[in-house]
Design a protein around this ligand. Structure first.
Ligand SMILES: Nc1nc2c(c(=O)[nH]1)N[C@H]1C(S)=C(S)[C@@H](COP(=O)(O)OP(=O)(O)OC[C@H]3O[C@@H](n4cnc5c(=O)[nH]c(N)nc54)[C@H](O)[C@@H]3O)O[C@H]1N2
Ligand SMILES: Nc1nc2c(c(=O)[nH]1)N[C@H]1C(S)=C(S)[C@@H](COP(=O)(O)OP(=O)(O)OC[C@H]3O[C@@H](n4cnc5c(=O)[nH]c(N)nc54)[C@H](O)[C@@H]3O)O[C@H]1N2
Ligand code: SF4
Ligand SMILES: [Mo]
Length: 739
């Protein structure tokens, strides 16, 4: 059999590029190109997507389950691997209760069909309060911000990149990351298009990144101090009477006076010594923002992974409201994903429904901060975490004080990992359950289309038929069955979810299937796997759906699959605040009391600006957190783990390029290779995360030869953003010494 072509969405970052794969007769991926017929990505591809074939065919990728014995990990049958999981999880729950089993879900669970459809079911089946994820190292502050401002933690506005005239970007570097909480294939091209139509891009970052270099203006800021700058911008808008009373927001916003009162204390002149941003610059940024015809403020991971992460996330959207740009074209808008029914949440947003056992940290979005996972494993007493299930995560390298977590994981009674690699985290697992390779996995971006800059849907069937191995959906379903103690037919889980969803939809006034018979609806679903049937159900109940025949021209999974193999463009973002808003007041809360109370911490920090060196991170185009370093094409050249610092600091410390530098923090010491560069502001050092592949017991030969060091060996699990529990990776106090 000769070569053939298959199409799928790239699962390697949030940009949602369509790919054209070439496969040989054996089903191996021999070539990857951008899919020029994808209406969203139009053929765009980056170096990571281009190497999907190497990742897919990586000889170190696990092809079957492993169990751990004294000598290390050995192959096992699926039945014996699941048998061990059933036995041990059952035993621990019986003896120590449901909270003794924790779950950690990592970043790739947001890039699959299986993650969003089954992780929550697994956590529910376990009944554990110990649910952790990469969200508390990433965007949890944004959920808290949206929860309080709009009533829905998942209603996150995205900058309307293609129509804006003015983009103010803080803590984001889309030229390397390709964008986040803003899915936009060819993000770089979309930024250049803003400039080409006469618009402006301003970047606020402690480093002059590639994005900053492309921008019209780059402003250096001291790490961790964005909340002061954002407050100063709010202050200026009020003080200079620049608030735009947009008609479409009239009567729909609460808290204007409260915010004005809070901002009084933060004039640009007062915060400048803390942020390093000259007062005149801050005032000008505020004026430009207010003066632009259509503007959007966008803050991303650099603004979330700070101790003021939630305040930053809030103030970003407060600025969007104050300048009249929320929910209007060219401003900050709410995408309308095809698979999400337009039903408002019924319960008001709240956090702290339970607290972590050791540090008493509040639950947020059903999760506890991963910064306290090691506490929960190490601290004796009732409710101690004794077992862990990881799904697509590598917290040993990605969580703050990962070195401590590494030790804690070694002490667990039992650990299961759903993961294709034996890496720094999964090497501790007693049972490793690998999902099939990307070519054998169907794809639909349930999570990421929520943040896309155009409404868009694309389903990719597996490029290579599954070979009888369990899919990731199967693996998670089996674990959920084990967790609930049920031993029956695994399809029961999906059937229960389908039945209850259809029943609810049929009972709901305003739903497209109101009054219909759930059994009849059930029979209409797609004939694919149960996961696909669930997706079909979601699409048909969604805003573009066929409503199970109510709108015969509407979307179904069958139609998406057969008529739109390259994806379906559902148009530019539409104003939809009415559909989204579900605060108790029915208005946008511009100054939620929880946030106002946290401003006290800002006042305190204003009194004593920090001195000394601080560490921040950085992302690299050819990495994806910790897990692409085993792809040979990606780990040469510039993709190296170096400590960047300003030449003035290097000179002061007697450090030259290539020298070994000892980086010392409260939690640990690492040795990294120095790379002096004036792209980093004085007083700041930058180390990428996701490196440190030198641990024994892993199976990733290429990564081991390009080990690097783990930035999270020096980040601090004690430091969190108190409102979201999010980890603090930026502004970590360190001392540097020549090694
Ligand atoms: N190539 C590649 N792409 C990726 C990933 C990857 O590892 N590699 N990871 C993916 C993931 S998980 C995510 S969440 C996204 C993230 O996507 P982005 O948010 O674009 O992430 P970064 O590129 O890390 O950009 C964050 C920027 O914040 C800056 N920064 C650090 N501290 C501060 C601060 O205190 N204030 C301000 N204003 N800026 C600060 C950093 O210098 C950096 O330039 O990228 C995704 N895409
Ligand atoms: N210092 C510092 N630390 C950081 C950050 C930072 O900026 N600075 N960024 C944080 C952010 S934004 C994030 S999102 C986290 C990421 O944190 P994690 O998600 O914990 O880490 P990753 O390195 O993304 O690990 C992904 C894991 O998923 C596995 N995997 C890959 N594909 C699949 C699949 O299809 N199915 C399954 N089941 N597994 C798969 C990989 O083998 C790997 O083990 O890191 C955080 N850590
Ligand atoms: S930009 Fe992201 S989605 Fe596009 S090819 Fe690269 S890794 Fe894949
Ligand atoms: Mo992330």
């Amino acid at each position: 059999m000769g070569d053939r072509t298959a199409f799928r969405t790239c699962p390697l970052c949030e940009a949602l590029c369509g790919l054209e794969l070439t496969l040989d007769g054996s089903g191996a991926v021999t070539g990857v190109r951008g899919d020029k017929d994808d209406p969203f990505s139009k053929g765009y591809i980056c170096p990571k997507g281009a190497t999907l074939g190497s990742l897919d065919g990586d000889p170190d990728r696990l092809t079957g389950p492993l169990v751990r014995d004294e000598g290390g990990h050995v192959p096992a049958t699926w039945e014996s691997a699941f048998g061990a999981a059933r036995r041990e999880i059952g035993r621990l729950i019986a003896r120590y209760g449901t909270d003794s089993v924790a779950v950690y879900a990592g970043n790739p669970t947001g890039h699959s069909i299986a993650g969003p459809l089954y992780t929550e079911a697994l956590v529910k089946a376990l009944g554990t309060r110990n649910h952790f994820s990469a969200s508390t190292t990433d965007q949890m502050p944004k959920h808290v911000s949206s929860g309080h401002m709009f009533g829905d933690p998942h209603a996150i506005p995205v900058p309307d990149l293609d129509r804006t005239d003015h983009l103010l970007m803080l803590g984001a570097n889309p030229l390397e990351s390709n964008g986040s909480l803003c899915s936009a294939p060819d993000f770089p091209g979309r930024l250049k298009a803003i400039q080409a139509r006469g618009g402006n891009v301003t970047v606020v970052d402690p480093r002059r990144t590639r994005t900053a270099a492309l921008a019209n203006e780059h402003v250096f800021i001291r790490p961790g101090t964005d909340a002061f700058l954002l407050m100063a911008l709010v202050h200026t808008l009020f003080a200079e009477e620049l608030i735009v009373a947009a008609e479409h927001l009239a009567g729909r916003v609460n808290g204007l006076d409260d915010l004005r009162a809070l901002a009084v204390d933060f004039p640009p002149e007062r915060v400048a010594p803390v942020t390093g941003v000259p007062a005149a610059t801050a005032r000008r940024i505020a004026r430009e923002l207010a003066g632009a015809r259509r503007a959007a403020v966008y803050g991303r991971v650099g603004t979330c992974t700070q101790s003021f992460g939630t305040l930053n996330s809030w103030l970003v959207d407060a600025l969007n409201v104050l300048t009249g740009n929320l929910d209007r074209p060219g401003g900050a808008m709410f995408p309308r994903p095809a698979h999400a029914p337009v039903h408002r949440r019924r319960r008001p947003f709240t956090t702290g429904r339970w607290r972590s056992r050791v540090r008493g940290l509040p639950e947020v979005n059903g999760e506890l901060p991963v910064a306290t996972l090691a506490d929960e494993i190490e601290t004796p007493g009732e409710g101690r975490v004794r077992a862990l299930i990881t799904i697509g995560g590598n917290p040993v390298l990605s969580a703050p004080n990962g070195a401590r977590l590494d030790r804690a994981l070694a002490g667990l009674d039992f650990m299961v990992s759903v993961d294709p690699y034996l890496n720094e985290t999964t090497r501790h697992a007693h049972v490793v359950l690998p999902p099939p390779r990307p070519a054998q996995t169907p794809h639909y971006d349930i999570e990421l289309t929520r943040f896309a800059v155009r409404d868009y849907a694309r389903f990719s069937p597996p490029a290579v038929p599954p070979d009888g191995r369990p899919s990731e959906a199967d693996l998670l379903t089996r674990l959920a069955m084990i967790a609930s103690g049920a031993d029956g037919d695994p399809s029961a889980l999906d059937e229960t979810i389908i039945t209850s969803t259809l029943k609810r939809a049929a009972a709901l006034t305003g739903s497209p299937v109101h009054g219909r018979e759930p059994d009849e609806l059930r029979k209409m679903l797609d004939t694919g796997t149960l996961a696909e049937q669930r997706l079909d159900m979601m699409l048909r109940l969604g805003p573009y759906g066929d409503g199970f025949g109510a709108d015969p021209s509407g979307l179904t999974l069958t139609r998406l699959r057969s008529e739109h193999p390259h994806g379906l463009d559902l148009g530019a973002l539409k104003p939809r605040l009415d559909e989204v808003l579900c605060t108790t007041s029915g208005r946008v809360e511009l100054c939620p009391s929880t946030f106002a109370a946290d401003v006290g911490r800002l006042h305190a920090a204003l009194a004593g600006p920090a001195s000394g060196m601080v560490l921040i991170g950085r992302r690299q185009l050819r990495s994806a957190n910790s897990w692409l370093h085993n792809v040979p094409e990606l780990v040469d050249g510039s993709n190296t783990c170096t400590l960047q610092l300003n030449p003035a600091d290097a000179a002061h410390l007697g450090i030259a390029a290539g020298d070994t530098v000892r980086v010392v923090s409260r939690t640990g010491t690492i040795e990294a290779v120095a790379e002096p560069t004036d792209t980093v502001m004085p007083g700041v050092a930058s180390l990428p995360h996701g490196w440190g592949h030198d641990r024994p017991g892993t199976r990733a030969a290429v990564a081991a030869r390009h080990a690097g060091v783990s930035a999270n060996a020096v980040t601090d699990d004690r430091e969190i953003d108190p409102l979201s529990g999010n980890a603090v990776f930026n502004g970590v106090p360190v001392t540097l010494e020549r090694g």
